[in-house]
Design a protein around this ligand. Structure first.
Ligand SMILES: [Zn+2]
Length: 83
């Protein structure tokens, strides 16, 4: 997995891309306090909603476009770690 930093809130996540439509994001640490957008997208009413940060999503898209995140040859996520 690749380590990606949100350009807006500096939250670090691990990303693995399997296809154009399938990107696996592994959130690390206390993202609720780290990323304001993530905290805002968190379900408060108990309904299932995938929390995300749009700025981070754009960072990932940009890295994918520039080829810095390659397509994974694996079909499942492997545990990542920060170095
Ligand atoms: Zn963010």
């Amino acid at each position: 997995m690749e380590s990606v930093r949100c350009t807006t809130c500096s939250t670090r996540v691990l990303v693995e891309k399997y296809s154009e439509a399938h990107t696996s994001i592994q959130w690390l640490g206390d993202v609720d306090s780290a990323c304001p957008q993530f905290a805002e997208s968190h379900p408060r009413d108990g309904r299932a909603r995938v929390p995300t940060c749009h700025n981070l999503q754009e960072s990932i898209d940009g890295l994918t476009l520039s080829g810095q995140i390659g397509m994974s040859l694996r079909s499942y996520p492997i545990p990542g770690r920060l170095e």
